[in-house]
Design a protein around this ligand. Sequence first.
Ligand code: ACO
Length: 330
Amino acid sequence: MYSTRPVKIAGMGYYVPPNVLTNFDLEKMVETSDAWIRERTGIRERRLAGRGASTSDLATEAAMACLRDAGVTAREIDLIIVASASPDYLFPATACIVQHSIGAVNAAAFDMEIGCTGFIYALATGAQFVAAGMYRKVLVIGAECLSRLVNWSDRTTCCLFGDGAGAVLLVEGSHGEGLVAFHLGADGSGKDLLSLPAGGARMPASSETVEKGLHYIHMEGKAVFKFAVKIVDAAVTKVLEKCGKTPQDIGVLIPHQANLRIIESACERFGISRDRVVVNIDKYGNTSSASVPIAMCEALHEGRIEKGDLVVLVAFGAGLSYGAAAIIWS
Ligand code: ACO
């Protein structure tokens, strides 16, 4: 961190909707198979938000769980940052909707959109506000309703994504622990590899964009896969360098849950055994900005993270973007 105030995580919470869509359900919707999806991605099932629910609803549930965990009231929150690639609207910000729904009447609120890397960017941003002394309690949320943006007749993308949200509360910590390093990056030359082409100012929604399906997620899967394998390696290496650690020091690796093969490649590269890496892609699929905080919450609840552990978070996604964070658990 570039400041005098150390920053730590004081509470966490997550929410996944109860509706489960299994690979067998998908077999009835598109030409695919449970075996193909499991072998190529590691996904068995995913959760989908209920009818009428949206990203802010999932974010609200995760935020409330986080506040209960931290023993903090909504009125005490100074800032809410929501990372999402599937915000309720282009504007207003989903963070403002969450601010109202949880009753955080004293909080500023804004969104960050940087694809699946959103939570890492939001964590780094939120940490700066605490580190600088501008705010004392910052709620960082990763929340997604990607099921609303997926073309359910496109087998190459519809099997990958799921809905969910995760939240953490950032407060001032003690020196030598908490969020000790970040590494963020982007390569905008890959902007077309993963995008939702229509509905923004570049290509406003029209009957033609709808006919062409340009309001759905488009992804060049193979190219994104290659980028991901390379960049997970580079981002983890950089963040470890920044805090003077080595791969052997990693207690728990929490990667973005996009594809089990990407995660396995990182484990192999860094010599990390499977018991030190958190994997829940089988249950939730790719929940984009929500995947890292959900996995971190589950790992903590399962007793897999202990005080003093070096926890490394890493994510990548649309942009193309990437980021890693190192935490000495406190
Ligand atoms: N069921 C059956 N067959 C399928 C399916 C499916 N669901 N999807 C694709 N196929 C077919 C293809 O049509 C292709 O058939 P063909 O050879 O006759 O043309 C064949 O399977 C192989 O397709 P590939 O795309 O080459 O398969 P690949 O092994 O690359 O796996 C996948 C595809 C899973 C999408 C992979 O490329 C991947 O995970 N990429 C990374 C995605 C990612 O990490 N995204 C993260 C960012 S997300 C964000 O920021 C929102």
